[in-house]
Design a protein around this ligand. Structure first.
Ligand SMILES: Nc1nc2c(ncn2[C@@H]2O[C@H](COP(=O)(O)OP(=O)(O)OP(=O)(O)O)[C@@H](O)[C@H]2O)c(=O)[nH]1
Length: 420
């Protein structure tokens, strides 16, 4: 297995563990109706989840009842009634003048009388966590003694997910979560915090607006989604392609003799860009290097600029970067042809020499023994040589030296492994 696969596998397994490892089943009451209390902010999909759950249980041959506990929005009661009809499940309503805890109690008594298997209680959401909502939920929980208290979380919730889950868990005590709107284009990073901060698993996920769109939560599938397997696989393929084209020993010679050129540079940089998704994930794992989405966007933008510049070079210049390093005239021409500034071209040339140094260091680490670990890989990538880049053969024009001694040389490596 290549280094890339190996790193990915570790990250993947780490994510699976972080999300609880295995599917967590819902718990059912030993006697009497199972009571499921749903909590969550406004608009996350709670009401929809009530009906989806009822549909889910019905398919398992269980009878259900929905209880409309959102007394602040009459529309929420109507919505639940309509959805209840749609999945053919009774809905207990008592209007908006009764306290939610009383409605919950009455609904539960009714369900008991009718020997219903599962009672699902909808509650009012708020735009933000507030004391009134928490007190109300505590009240409802106290009278119901629910089998499950599930926090409904919108998959689009970003960084705030951790705080949200923590607060609900501390205030009312949850038994798990349901992640909704996973059909959207979010990677579902919110899934990572739930187990981590509450110790409670995600039990189900909503993947659409239809009543059938509710399924168990599979941590390994989620890890795959977060890693964006599409990107990652093409990265691994790319890396393999590079190794096939240049037999490993050849590549090593090339690097050792500082022949690494703009063609290799382009290949490598593209590969690093593909690792953007991995960097993001690594950034999300507590204690590991933080890579912000802004840094990733910036790296992607830089890559585009580099491609345009490299395309404006002659094949000879691509193979012999020294030509550009030594000639301001050539750099000026490349800048004009690519529509970029001379400074950008100089920066890119400097980066190539910088990369030669890094590649050398990296090869040193790899030669030195077994598989590089993530940390010594990062170290190798971080190490910068103080001397100006270039080869001994290069004529040392004052102009070039001035350009290459500028701050761009001390830029941190972009993409994978970079730090703030
Ligand atoms: N795409 C998609 N949309 C969903 C999903 N679940 C819910 N929705 C939509 O999200 C919107 C809000 O859902 P509701 O069920 O009304 O949300 P709520 O949490 O009950 O909102 P409040 O009653 O205001 O607290 C609706 O338009 C739903 O159709 C899902 O899994 N995928």
């Amino acid at each position: 297995m290549g280094v890339d696969c190996w790193v990915l596998q570790i990250v993947h397994d780490e994510l699976v563990q972080l999300m609880g490892g295995e599917v967590s089943e819902l718990t059912f009451a030993k006697t009497g109706p199972t009571v499921i209390l749903l909590a969550g902010l406004q608009g996350v999909g709670k009401t929809t989840v009530c009906a989806k759950l009822a549909n889910y249980f019905k398919k398992q041959g269980k009878s259900c009842m929905l209880v409309a506990g959102d007394v602040y929005r009459p529309a929420a009661i109507d919505q639940l009634t309509i959805l209840g009809k749609q999945v053919d499940v009774p809905v207990y309503t008592a209007g908006t003048d009764v306290k939610p805890s009383d409605i919950a109690k009455q609904g539960f008594e009714e369900a008991k009388k009718k020997k219903i298997d599962v009672v699902i209680v909808d509650t009012a959401g708020r735009l933000q966590i507030d004391k009134a909502m928490m007190d109300e939920l505590k009240d409802v929980k106290r009278v119901l003694n629910p089998t499950e208290v599930l926090l409904v979380v919108d998959a689009m919730t970003g960084q705030e997910a951790a705080a949200l889950v923590t607060t609900f868990n501390l205030e009312i005590g949850i038994t798990g979560a349901i992640l909704t709107k996973l059909d959207g284009d979010s990677r579902g990073g919110a899934a990572l915090s739930v187990k981590e901060v509450s110790g409670k698993p995600i039990k189900l996920v909503g993947r659409g607006e239809r009543m059938e769109d509710l399924e168990p939560f599979y941590p390994d599938r989620m890890a795959g989604r977060i890693l964006g397997m599409g990107d990652v696989l093409s990265f691994v393929e790319k890396a393999q392609e590079v190794m096939q084209q240049e037999d490993a020993e050849d590549l090593q010679k090339k690097i050792m003799s500082a022949k690494f050129d703009f063609n290799d540079f382009l290949k490598q940089t593209r590969a690093v860009a593909q690792m953007g998704s991995v960097s993001r994930v690594i950034g999300m794992i507590p204690g590991m290097a933080k890579v912000t989405p802004a840094q990733i966007r910036e790296a992607e933008r830089n890559l585009e600029i580099m491609e345009v510049i490299i395309k404006a070079m002659t094949p000879e210049e691509r193979e012999k970067p020294e030509l550009l390093a030594e000639s301001p005239v050539r750099r000026k021409r490349v800048a004009q042809d690519s529509g970029k500034t001379e400074q950008q071209v100089s920066q890119l040339v400097a980066q190539l020499f910088q990369m030669r140094v890094r590649m050398k260091n990296l090869m040193g680490v790899m030669e030195g023994g077994s598989m590089p670990t993530l940390s010594n890989l990062e170290e190798a990538l971080k190490t910068e040589e103080k001397a100006p880049p270039g080869t001994a053969r290069r004529r040392k024009k004052a102009e070039s030296r001035r350009l290459f001694a500028d701050s761009t040389l001390r830029q941190p490596p972009r993409g994978f492994g970079s730090k703030n």
